[in-house]
Design a protein around this ligand. Structure first.
Ligand SMILES: *Cc1c(COP(=O)(O)O)cnc(C)c1O
Length: 485
């Protein structure tokens, strides 16, 4: 803002404000243009960043001015500087990690969330956000086949969903042991046994760590060749332990996509009064597909679930979902109150009762919009389509004698290893991955599975087509030829 004459301060204030308002339109329209151009090119733009870290630093690190800069100038320069440092992770041939990619309707709703700038913390600061979360929560429980009375918190990602659900678990198992952990803390509390599958995602470990459970105190239970927890092993583990217990299982292994036998685990846990938590960052969405629902038999019997919307529901970051069957435990672990807050008496939803954040983004809107756009069948189709693409990848690659698919494709993940005479398979696999990343038709990453290097293909984007899969598989085989030949 320019400096104002003191005498006319008020009038000048208004003048500056109205000038800023018309600039607002301009700057928002420009942002829409830039975004549309980016999204329009997404299918063909380079998947890997083109700029080096030095270039990015030089480009972003302009002198900080005293007087500020014009909004359009800032926006244009920001976009130009970012260009070379953006990955094509939202595009149709990005198969690294488990990334997703946003549906246009979800991006649009997310734009509105920013424009509305609502604080979604309590009902009073945004009734619309509160009610949209209420409705989205009901739809999610319906789609995922979870208990209709479970409580739902909209958090930043699955790590925070794990954290939130496990805080509820900690509350409940300690309450049953006569200990109020919110009031008394963990020092002097009955010891809580934490049982995790040996294939648990690292964020389950970090969530537990943030809740005061040290990683060295975890009891790991063995998994089978697909990375699934073994029911009999869990039963044996539980028999050897006394006191409160929380068990963390998963649906959707990040390498194989495999599902723990969650229904069986729930029965074993409950016989013993233990809490069963399910990490289902992407795999829980298989429950929304009638064709795949049986992979999660008994999932509704668990006590809590964590999942992402920014992965397989294809809404923008940040969007995770914490779900807890015992809503009283969920609320007890999260709620807070203050004299000034004007929390509602209970009939309306205050998000602060269900999430670790206080002030927060109204992140229910994009989820609501995505589900409404897709409908029940659209969600199922999205899941099924990605799974068929994963199977197609395996079918296209496997006939090559140098390709080994390391695990049965059960969901959207494919593990590929390359073997050729005279070459160390680990080294060859890593070299092919690097070459594919350089070649640029598609992008995917590596992992280690049972001590073996592997290429990991994850399909989780609505816009990926069969042609994308065929083009990508051909590129992978071309890179293999170049590497071996
Ligand atoms: C991605 C992932 C997480 C972590 O989710 P964020 O949304 O990245 O916090 C946890 N568990 C599994 C199985 C995942 O794939």
């Amino acid at each position: 803002m320019k400096s104002l004459q003191l005498g006319d301060a008020r009038r000048d204030d208004l003048r500056v404000l109205s000038a800023a308002m018309s600039k607002n339109n301009e700057v928002l329209n420009r942002a829409a243009t830039i975004a549309n151009r980016f999204l329009g090119d997404l299918g063909e733009r380079s998947l890997k960043p083109s700029a080096s870290i030095e270039t990015l630093r030089q480009s972003f690190d302009v002198p900080l001015t005293d007087g500020g800069e014009g909004a359009l100038d800032v926006l244009d320069s920001l976009a130009a500087s970012a260009e070379g440092g953006l990955t094509g992770s939202a595009g149709p041939r990005y198969f690294g990690f488990v990334i997703g990619g946003s549906l246009p309707i979800a991006v649009a709703a997310d734009w509105l969330v920013s424009a509305w700038d609502q604080n979604g913390g309590i009902y009073v600061t945004s009734p619309a956000s509160s009610v949209v979360e209420e409705v989205a929560a009901r739809w999610l429980l319906d789609l995922l086949g979870l208990p209709p009375r479970a409580s739902v918190g909209f958090v930043t990602g699955c790590q925070m969903a794990d954290f939130t659900a496990l805080a509820a678990a900690r509350h409940a198992v300690l309450r049953r042991a006569g200990w109020n952990v919110e009031e008394l803390g963990l020092a002097g509390a009955p010891r809580v046994n934490i049982i995790v599958g040996s294939e648990a995602h690292i964020t389950v470990h970090s969530s537990l760590r943030m809740l005061g459970f040290g990683t060295k105190t975890f009891v790991a239970t063995p998994t089978d060749d697909q990375g699934r927890m073994i029911s009999a092993e869990l039963a044996r583990t539980l028999r050897s332990l006394d006191g409160p217990a929380i068990i963390c299982c998963q649906v959707g292994n990040v390498n194989t996509g495999a599902f723990d036998p969650v229904g069986e685990l729930a029965e074993i846990a409950h016989e013993r009064g233990a809490w069963l938590h399910v990490d289902g960052a992407f795999g829980l969405w298989a429950a929304a597909s009638p064709r795949r629902r049986s992979l999660l038999k008994g999932v509704e019997l668990a006590d809590s679930w964590a999942t992402d919307a920014h992965k397989w529901l294809n809404v923008p970051y940040d969007s995770g979902i914490a779900i807890v069957a015992d809503s009283a435990a969920h609320r007890a672990a999260m709620t807070l109150s203050a004299a000034y807050l004007e929390q509602t008496a209970g009939a309306e939803r205050d998000a602060i009762d269900w999430v670790p954040e206080f002030s927060r983004r109204a992140r229910g809107f994009p989820i609501y919009a995505a589900i409404r756009f897709l409908g029940r069948r659209g969600v199922a189709d999205l899941i099924d389509r990605c799974c068929s693409h994963a199977e197609r990848f395996a079918r296209l690659l496997e006939p090559d004698g140098r390709v080994r698919i390391l695990s049965y494709v059960v969901l959207n993940q494919v593990l590929v290893r390359f073997e050729a005479t005279g070459r160390d398979a680990d080294e060859l696999t890593r070299s092919v991955i690097r070459r594919v990343q350089q070649e640029g038709t598609c992008w995917l990453g590596g992992t280690t599975w049972h001590g073996m290097a592997a290429m990991r293909i994850s399909v989780s984007n609505w816009s990926t087509t069969e042609a994308d899969v065929e083009r990508s598989a051909a590129a992978i085989l071309r890179c293999l030829d170049a590497e071996v030949g």
